[in-house]
Design a protein around this ligand. Sequence first.
Ligand SMILES: CC(C)=CCC/C(C)=C/COP(=O)(O)O
Length: 294
Amino acid sequence: MPSPRRNTEGRPLSASASSSSSSPGSPAHGGGGAGRFEFQSLLSSRAPGVDSTCARLRASESPVYRRGSFPLAGTGPSQAPPPALPEDDRMDLNPSFLGIALRSLLAIDLWLSKKLGVCAGENSSWGSMRPLMKLLEISGHGIPWLLGTLYGLFRSDSWAGREVLMNLLFALLLDLLLVTVIKALVRRRRPAHNQMDMFVTLSVDKYSFPSGHASRAALMSRFILNHLVLAIPLRVLTVLWAFIVGLSRVMLGRHNVTDVAFGFFLGYMQYSIVDYCWLSPHNAPALFVLWNQQ
Ligand SMILES: CC(C)=CCC/C(C)=C/COP(=O)(O)O
């Protein structure tokens, strides 16, 4: 049996007040009004203890209602305008709309990621491209970049070269650290269609947010563009490589689109940190002492 409708102070509304404005089937009444149910669920999801009647009244007290466009708007002269709500209650609706936006974004993210995961398995529609995608995966993996940087650092015979490579090493380690911390905090599972057959992973790599490959690719390409004087075609190729590494993560089914998008953003920002804290023999002599002794 439906509970009697109440005013904002919790007192039952008069029969005329409760029946004058809502009819079965109207969104306000709840008979088949899908919009109302969504609205109500949003309100109740924000405040778990609030019952549906209370949620309905909150809806009737929204600014939309006060402007007269909501079906619960009073029609009789006996109906006084609803009392003003405390500021907190009036603000309540906004986070719900943010919640809807976020949930919609997540739904689109999952749908798009599944659609793009065309190399997720050998039997997927683009399964034959999987070896190429895995090659791209290795090109953005941390191990080759770390080993290559260490090798260059110890082989370099110029101070300028050592300085750049020392900062590249710092950038790679910072990236590894930040991605590990965020993955451990967010703990978003990899897509269900992913096959966990990656080469050398850390324990946090069972999580997918953010994509470590995407962040490294963005970081490396910004680093290369800023510190290696390259011809235009090579610069274009560098940016293209970063983009394709990111795309290949979704095509392999390793990540959702938002993991890769955030990975790109993270890598981009990491370069700004590296650039701001740029290490040199002047501000970090201890790091370069090894070569001073040679
Ligand atoms: C073991 C080292 C040094 C790095 C791990 C690299 C790795 C496996 C990152 C995961 O990347 P995604 O988050 O894009 O899958």
